[in-house]
Design a protein around this ligand. Structure first.
Ligand SMILES: [Zn+2]
Length: 269
């Protein structure tokens, strides 16, 4: 009898699916800040504007095959394209490994895709677009209602509708208050409105229980990077560092390890 394991094949298919979605996320990262359509026109080289043939637009593979250069004008293509595709593909595999195929996978897959787009746009343009965060808030709340009444999520990653609602209100409200207080004392706008809506979206997707852990991690990560930048570039000058990517990273950690983290800080002495 021959036993053929389909597990490796399953992981490969999931990886490729994640890479294809990652390729679309690249288009979103490039076009959303400019207000362009993410569907039309088809992909073209940002330098020479020549259209990219389908065989040069294969996720991950084409970048390696063309050695990171445009086929027509040989201008360097940003490694960001490759990084985003690899990141989305790897995280898709990790989600599949953690949750299998089911409601928890579907909701967290959409959530992770949104976090990646938000992070790279914030790094690039220092904005968090409403076209991601506002529908994200609605979607997070919608998934929690479906999780309660329609789907069965045995991983308990999808919060209850009440937890989702409290999460989005407290998440958004807390950062809004922090921003106001900071502005009163320093007369400088410290917390962008984009961060407020992003944190509300995270609360809607993961429930209020995720907020403390996410914020602690984001603040810690932001402080370490902020101090490093200050140290390298010189103290006293202002270097705005986007906070969005740190919030996204905190949310991502909570998504994978949240249950363990919550248990740890609720029950450890
Ligand atoms: Zn070109």
């Amino acid at each position: 009898m021959i036993v053929v394991s389909i597990a490796p094949l399953g992981f490969l298919i999931v990886f490729l699916f994640g890479a294809i979605v990652g390729s679309f996320l690249n288009v979103c990262i490039l076009r959303i800040p400019k207000g362009d359509s993410v569907i039309h026109p088809p992909s073209h080289c940002p330098n020479c504007k020549s259209p990219i043939a389908f065989y040069d637009n294969i996720p991950l593979f084409s970048y390696l095959f063309l050695r990171g250069r445009c086929r027509a004008c040989h201008e360097r293509i940003s490694p960001r394209y490759f990084i985003v595709e690899l990141l989305m593909a790897s995280l898709t595999v990790a989600l599949f490994y953690r949750f299998g195929l089911g409601p928890a996978f579907v909701t967290s897959f959409i959530f992770v895709a949104a976090l990646i787009v938000v992070s790279f746009i914030d790094l690039d343009a220092m904005i968090i677009p409403d076209v991601i965060s506002l529908p994200g808030i609605v979607l997070g709340l919608l998934f929690s209602i479906m999780g309660r009444y329609v789907l069965e999520d045995r991983f308990e990653i999808i919060p209850s509708p009440l937890s989702s609602l409290i999460g989005l209100l407290v998440g958004g409200g807390f950062l809004l208050a922090v921003g106001w207080i900071y502005e009163i004392f320093t007369k400088v706008e410290g917390m962008g409105g984009g961060d407020v809506k992003l944190f509300a979206m995270i609360g809607a997707f993961l429930g209020w229980q995720s907020l403390l852990g996410t914020l602690l991690f984001a603040s810690l990560g932001g402080s370490v990077i902020g101090l490093t930048v200050m140290f390298v570039k010189g103290v006293g000058r202002r270097y705005p560092i986007p906070f969005g990517p740190f919030l996204c990273l905190g949310a991502l950690l909570f998504l994978f390890f949240g249950n363990e983290l919550t248990t740890f800080y609720l029950y450890s002495p």
